[in-house]
Ligand binder design. Structure first.
Ligand SMILES: Cc1ncc(COP(=O)(O)O)c(C=O)c1O
Length: 421
């Protein structure tokens, strides 16, 4: 495919019907249902999604950054099928599967941490919970320093570290309140003051903020955090759930500036589409956990699910063999050029093009303008999402996206911008 194919008004009649059913059956806060949104997906391949009405969309979200190797990569599908005939579910922390061992080994080899050990989880929030607990055990300090605009998940531990107040306000009475926030990219003095005064055991940071609006910190800022954490005996936790596994042009965004954290959280693209995540740390840090005597302090029923482990192993093989981090770098450079050309054409509407690799954002002067474009893009066959305060449109496509597909996306955006001058 090189362009979307729309057969019905968007959303089509089957999507509308499913929306009506979902309105009755799902808790009302989960899925945003409106007259012009959403479309219900039926199938997907590489960068293309087909909805239940047969409309085909170009996906510039990788479905929340997950489809790094592309949707339904044939090798991932084959690995899942093969594993399904062997073992679907194991006993992750009692009688584990062979694929869980292989995946832990593979992750440990891949991360830039010496003698790494892994705690597997089911989603990003899980990896953050494990990282926070690891830091609490290793430092015996309760405080966490995180950053304004940061997003780390919505389970209670991760939520405390997540910045956005709308997610937290209704639950404030039950939240731990162990996190101190400072501006992302703030001065060394501000960080030092926070570390000195809040009994901080962990500094939790995204090397590039994703949901916060595709925000790249100033050069050297992450290296400064590293120095300050070392000086104050706090652990540096990089949340690479979005940036990791090739997205920004390296396997991990921290490799760009060669800053090595103490703990690394991975999720999203690692599983090739199945829900799995990891909290990784060097053996010296992980040894803060006591050796299991039969009852793990931190585990869950589905930990190390064999299907997800098999999918992650296959996705990792594809990513390595096809050198998708390098591809993210090359296609990201091309995409950036095209978005910059768009900015040149619409200087009064587009304020900035930012990001790295295939984690890019287009910042608009007006939030209403960008949100309107997100909906109109869908109606023209492009799936994109807003980020930050809504004034940023994020572009995080599958890393297998081609130049033709980027041209198609930018062509549609250009047309939409032109027609709403
Ligand atoms: C940087 C970051 N951390 C954590 C999370 C939470 O991951 P999950 O939604 O899988 O729990 C996300 C999700 O978008 C994320 O972008």
């Amino acid at each position: 495919m090189t362009s979307p194919r729309l057969l019905t008004p968007i959303p089509g009649p089957k999507s509308r019907d499913l929306a009506a059913r979902l309105r009755r059956s799902e808790s009302p806060n989960v899925t945003y249902l409106a007259n012009d949104f959403p479309v219900f997906w039926e199938s997907a391949s590489a960068c293309w999604v087909t909805d239940v009405d047969g409309n085909v969309f170009l996906d510039l979200t990788a479905a929340f950054g997950v489809a790094g190797v592309g949707h339904s990569h044939p090798e991932v599908v084959a690995a899942i099928q093969h594993q399904a005939t062997r073992l679907i579910h194991g006993m992750g922390d009692v009688h584990p599967s062979d694929v869980k061992v292989s995946l832990c080994e593979r992750i440990a080899q891949r991360v830039p941490l010496p003698s790494a050990q892994v705690i597997l989880g089911l989603n990003g929030g899980d990896a953050i919970e494990a990282a926070l607990k690891t830091a609490a055990l290793a430092t015996k300090r309760r405080g966490v320093l995180a950053f304004e605009g940061g997003y780390h998940g919505l389970s209670y531990g991760a939520l405390d570290a997540t910045f956005r107040d709308d997610f937290k306000a209704p639950f404030r009475a039950q939240l731990g309140a162990f996190t101190t926030h400072r501006p992302y990219g703030c001065s060394r003095e501000q960080i030092e003051a926070a570390l000195a005064s809040h009994e901080i055991g962990a500094v939790l940071v995204e090397p590039i903020q994703g949901r916060g609006g595709i925000v790249v910190p100033p050069d050297g800022w992450l290296a400064g955090l590293r120095e300050l954490c070392t000086a104050h005996g706090a652990l540096l936790i990089f949340d690479e759930i979005f940036t990791g596994w090739g997205r920004t042009g390296d396997w991990f965004a921290c490799e760009h500036e060669e800053v090595i954290p103490d703990v690394l959280c991975i999720g999203k693209a690692m599983g090739g589409g199945l829900p799995i995540s990891a909290c990784v740390a060097g053996r010296d840090v992980m040894s803060a956990w006591p050796i299991s005597t039969g009852e793990a302090l931190h585990t869950s029923t589905f930990l190390g699910n064999p299907l997800a482990c098999a999918a992650a192993l296959a996705a990792t093989d594809v990513m390595a063999r096809e050198n998708l981090p390098m591809r993210a770098r090359e296609m990201g450079a091309y995409f950036t050029q095209q978005l910059q050309a768009l900015q040149t054409s619409y200087p009064n509407r587009i304020a900035e093009v930012r990001g790295r690799g295939l984690m890019l954002g287009l910042k608009f002067f007006s939030t209403a303008d960008s949100l309107d474009l997100v909906t109109r893009a869908l109606h023209s066959g492009l799936i994109v999402l807003p980020a930050g305060d809504g004034s940023v449109i994020e572009f995080v496509p599958p890393l297998v996206i081609t130049r033709d597909e980027i041209d198609c996306a930018v062509g549609i955006l250009n047309h939409l911008l032109q027609s709403s001058r």
